[in-house]
Design a protein. Structure first.
Length: 324
């Protein structure tokens, strides 16, 4: 813990409690059990369309721990050579080869995927990497299409909804909503987007390996920390998106999963991994993202970073965003 923060809380509690019991002034934290939580270095609260000020205001914003020895807002860092991927003709192929070596030989071993992933700032880049990985796997693909339908209460009239057509609803992409087109193959790594059965490890962001696919159910093995290697079944679910970006309601039926050979930096928060590839075709854009990337690792030699500048050339510098 930061020394200054520790001393301030310690002194405050002792001063408050001293009038009630003189002995408390000699005991750390006035003899009270104190639990500190939160890490300002990590990604902050997500505020929809929030400004920098709104984001900071939603978290700890008055402690000196947040501002000592830190510059605001954008710091240029040089990445050490030993963690850089320094040569590449095909950027995505290069980082995939480093993080998922000999992937076809390891497809039958779920433990191979347990502690490795590629991280990148945005979902659009995540999708490109996952699509590339699917093409590498020599197996028949199963395509599952999301079934969307508008809620009847979107209109006060008893007539068909000519605006929110299924074709239009199929194009909606938002956080927490499965893609309209879900392509799966045997051995593919996927991540849950909903809490299904927490008691048996089926929680939001749990990662699995697909072992069987049917029309209405998918079988898989858990590869996340808890309940690892357990065989589980994922049903298709009827979902109603609650994202405030969508000004109307609709229902969809789809498997609540997404392919997860790659994921966004935000999604990786809380995980511990041994092999992490960081693909930065553009710099991180939010406070704490770069910190999250390098703190997922249990071993330094498991970190590999591929950085591209504005001219699509490899570079060894990137930005770190820090809010005071």
């Amino acid at each position: 813990m930061h020394k200054h923060c520790f001393e301030v809380v310690d002194r405050s509690l002792r001063d408050v409690l001293t009038p009630y019991d003189e002995r408390n002034k000699y005991i750390h934290f006035g003899g009270k059990v104190v639990v500190f939580c939160g890490d300002f270095r990590q990604i902050l609260s997500v505020i929809h369309k929030g400004t920098r000020q709104a984001v900071v205001n939603a978290t700890i914003n008055s402690s000196k721990i947040c501002i000592e020895d830190r510059d605001d807002v954008d710091i240029t860092l040089r990445i050490p050579d030993d963690v850089l991927i320094s040569s590449s003709n095909d950027l995505i192929a290069s980082i995939v080869t480093v993080i998922y070596p000999s992937i076809l030989d390891n497809m039958k071993h779920p433990s191979f995927f347990h502690d490795r992933v590629i991280l990148t700032p945005k979902n659009s880049i995540v999708d490109l990497i996952n699509e590339y990985m699917l093409l590498l796997i020599d197996d028949d693909e199963n395509v599952h299409l999301r079934y969307d339908s508008p809620n009847n209460d979107n209109s006060g009239f008893d007539k068909p909804d000519d605006i929110h057509t299924p074709e239009f609803l199929n194009t909606i992409v938002c956080s927490g909503l499965p893609n309209h087109k879900l392509i799966l193959k045997f051995g593919v790594s996927v991540m849950l987007l909903r809490n299904i059965d927490p008691a048996h490890g089926l929680c939001n962001e749990t990662r699995l390996i697909v072992t069987k696919m049917r029309q209405f159910i998918i079988e898989g093995n858990i590869i996340s920390e808890s309940n690892i290697c357990d065989k589980v079944f994922i049903p298709g679910l009827s979902l109603t998106p609650s994202n405030i970006k969508i000004p109307f309601k609709f229902q969809c039926w789809q498997f609540p999963i997404v392919v997860s050979f790659a994921m966004t930096i935000n999604k990786s928060q809380g995980q511990s991994l041994k092999n992490v590839g960081v693909y930065l075709p553009q710099s991180v854009f939010s406070h704490g993202q770069l910190y999250i990337v390098v703190s997922r690792l249990t071993l330094r030699n498991g970190l590999k970073i591929l950085i591209v500048d504005d001219n699509e050339n490899l570079t060894n510098t990137t930005s770190k965003v820090v809010y005071k």
